[in-house]
Every structure is written in C-alpha cells, then in structure tokens.
Design a protein around this ligand. Structure first.
Ligand code: IFM
Length: 437
C-alpha cells in the first residue's frame, strides 16, 4: 500500500455521539436529545446524556488521539450549545468548549477538521419545521458565520454537512431519526433546503473565512442485480436517490433525472421552479463516507420499486456487507463526477461484536482486517489517478450509534460505559502503525 507523503491520516467522531452533558453550561435542547429521550425511539432507550463523556474529558481524549499518531481529527459542533434558541445570541460558554478543544488539538500538533452540522439541530428549529422550512437555511448560514468568525484562525478545514442524505431519508422519509416523519414526498423539499443551507453556508464562509470548505456525503455504490433492463433501471433509481441527489446539484446543477421521473414532476414542482445555479457554490473538497455496497433489483411495490439483494460473505453487526472493492469503485466514480476535486474518505469503519477487554487488550481481528482491506482499496484508487488527500477512520471511540444506541461499536478505542475507561483495541495499534508509516 503506497500513500503520498502528505496524505492526511485521521480519526472521526461527532458531537451528539460522544460529548454527553447535552444541556450543560447554558446549552439548548437539540432535536437528537429530545428524540432519544422519547421512550421507544432508540434501542434500549439509550440516549446521549453521558455518551463518552467527552465534554468533560476532551483534554484526555486529545492526548489519546495524539497517542494514535494521526495528523487530523474530524469532529462536529452541537449547534444548540452555541445558539440555544437556534438563532440570535451566542452562548459563549458553549463556544468556549470548542475553543478549548481546538486549542488542545493544535497544541498536540493535530489538524482540526470541523463539521458544522452532524445531525444535532437546536430542537426549537425542528419545532418550526426543521429542514422542511426554508428559513432553516438562513439560520445555518448565521451559525456558520459565528463559527467561522470565532475559529477560522485556528481551523483550516471546514465542512458544512455530514451526510445530508441521512438527515433527509432517516428524518423525513423513513422516520428513524428526528423529526421522525415518514413520507417520500418530503424528499425534494428537504433535499433542496439542505442544499440551499449548504450553499448559503459556503457563501457565509467565503465572506468571513479564508481557508477550505467542503461537504461530506455518504455513498453506497449501487450494483444492478442482473443485466436485465428492469434491474438496470432499478439501479439507476437507487443511485439517483442515495448517491446523486446531493452531489449532482452541487457539481452539475442538475437534479438526478431517474428520480424526478420516478416520483413525477408534480412531486418536484416547487423545487423545479427554482434555479439550481445558487446551489452550485464551488467547494474546495468533497468528503465521502464509505461503509458498504448495495446490490439492487427491480421489485414493484418496494421502496422506489427496488429491492436489495443480500450477498453471501462477511457482514458487520450493522448487517452491512464487507466489500472493499466498493471503496475503490466509489472513489473512481466520484473522481469522474467531480472532475478531480480533492477527495477525502471522511469515514470508514465497521461495527463488530468485539471480544471483551482481557488484560488491557481487545483482540478485534475482524476490524483490523477491515481496516487493511479498505486502506488497500483506497491506495488502489490513488494508483488509478484519484486525487485522494486523506482517510479518517470511523470512529475514534465506541459511541452512541443513533437509533441503535450503544449496541453497535465502531471504535478503534473501547469505552467501558460504566467507568468510561478507554482501551486501545488491536485495530487502534494497527492503525497507529500505518499512520506512522
Ligand atoms: O455513526 C455514523 C455516523 O454518525 C455517520 N456515518 C455513519 C456512521 C456509522 O453508522
């Protein structure tokens, strides 16, 4: 495996998944905390009240990141800590937490990669329609301006959204995330508002910041189950919905046609009335979160008239097929669609049923293999000409995996929920030796 000498090696987390203390020091309630506290929403009624207690242990966690020998740390802000009411006055105590975190990263020589929004929205904005409301885009641009003014001196790599597709699909179509709505008809409006918010935020950033800004999308490459026309069309619909809905408007200014055709122009009427030109705000880089692939067949009555065809072979605890070739394919696909824009793998990793800590060791051999195979796949993409600038392992810590609570463990570092003790798994040691070259 050969990586360029200036390749960025990192680990990633997000605010609600690790911080805990969600209401501390004047923070407002977030949509995620409110949702998690509603009984029946999350497996075992888990929530982020404590999570990895990172809010109180961030200094030690930065030392842990340093111990891994990585160059960069990708994290996100809990917007409700900073603007408890989703707009207006800044809660300086909340902002100070991130100031301290960033100072500590820089003191340790670790480059901060900041995500402005990784799903935790001030709950009050959800009360006003969340991403169905056009105004949320302007609130997000204001928030971006606040963060940029406060931290652009120290942070050079910014990202607007993490996985806008998940916000749209799980929150407004599938109902597993807040606000828990279930209607495919929401997709065009929510996608449009998220893209508007992204573009407004990039413009706010350009006015106030002077480094780099991008967006992170989740891509699950879609392979047709057969060469039949039905399956090929099913593949195109699935790809349009999940993989092209956010990239195409940003890069080409077009909505993916197979999806517009499938849903019918009526469903898209309001969105199609507006020009996509303002959505095409140039970005400096694109992040991709890759975990698995999807083999798609035609099935009348299935979601988008498609079905997922389960493949033999290893699956993770999330029931996701382990398919490293999909990462090479994804990077080549993105590279072509984005005409050589700098790319980062901003998340890649796996939940496995890890063995327990024995004698200070977690022998997570499956994750070690997963990591090696996917890094090999990334190196192959570079060899084939992809402008890949870095890789972030998901995740630094075992953490709150959304609707699955604490049942799925993605960490390179084991976290004991009772004591919060951190233990480096074998995968952390393996990753550290790769990062150190
Ligand atoms: O834990 C999530 C993360 O928040 C977003 N990307 C996928 C990860 C694993 O499901």
């Amino acid at each position: 495996m050969i990586f360029p000498p200036d390749f960025t090696w990192g680990v990633a987390t997000s605010s609600y998944q690790i911080e805990g203390s969600p209401l501390a020091d004047g923070a407002g309630l977030s949509n995620w905390h409110r949702f998690a506290l509603e009984s029946g929403r999350i497996l075992n009624d888990d929530h982020g009240e404590t999570a990895c207690d990172h809010y109180r242990r961030s200094h030690d966690d930065v030392a842990l990141i340093k111990e891994l020998g990585v160059d960069a740390y990708r994290f996100s802000f809990n917007w409700a800590r900073i603007q408890p009411h989703g707009k207006g006055a800044v809660n300086e105590t909340g902002l100070d937490f991130y100031r301290r975190l960033v100072d500590s990263l820089l003191e340790h020589g670790i480059r901060p990669f900041a995500t402005l929004h990784h799903w935790d929205l001030p709950a009050i904005l959800d009360d006003h329609g969340g991403w169905l409301n056009r105004d949320t885009a302007y609130r997000f641009a204001d928030f971006t301006e606040i963060m940029t003014r406060a931290l652009d001196g120290q942070i050079q790599d910014w990202c607007t959204f993490n996985e806008p597709w998940v916000i749209m699909h799980e929150g407004y179509v599938n109902g597993a995330h807040p606000p828990g709505l279930r209607d495919l008809a929401h997709a065009p409006t929510v996608a449009h508002n998220l893209l508007r918010a992204h573009a407004e935020a990039v413009r706010a950033y350009r006015a106030n910041g002077s480094h780099r800004i991008g967006i992170v999308v989740n891509i699950e490459p879609k392979y047709a189950a057969s060469d039949s026309l039905d399956d090929l069309e099913a593949q195109a619909r699935a790809e349009s919905y999940m993989n092209r809905l956010f990239i195409d408007p940003i890069i080409t200014g077009e909505w993916p046609q197979p999806l517009v055709e499938f849903m019918g122009e009526d469903a898209w009427r309001e969105v199609l009335k507006e020009s996509t030109t303002p959505l095409r705000e140039p970005i400096d880089w694109l992040g991709v979160n890759y975990y698995s692939r999807n083999v798609v067949g035609h099935k009348p009555g299935g979601f988008l008239n498609t079905t997922s065809v389960r493949q033999p072979g290893t699956h993770t605890e999330m029931n996701w097929e382990v398919f490293p070739q999909g990462l090479t394919d994804t990077l080549l696909w993105l590279s072509e669609r984005t005409q050589g824009l700098p790319l980062y793998v901003t998340e890649n990793g796996a939940a496995f049923d890890d063995p327990p800590v024995i004698g200070g060791r977690v022998a997570d051999a499956e994750r070690v293999d997963y990591l090696h195979e996917h890094l090999h796949a990334a190196a192959q993409a570079i060899e084939q000409g992809v402008n890949l600038r870095g890789y972030f392992a998901w995740s630094l810590l075992d953490n709150f995996e959304w609707q699955f609570g604490y049942s799925k463990r993605f960490g390179l570092v084991h976290v004991d929920p009772a004591t919060q003790k951190r233990t480096l798994k074998d995968s952390a040691h393996a990753y550290a030796s790769i990062c150190r070259g």
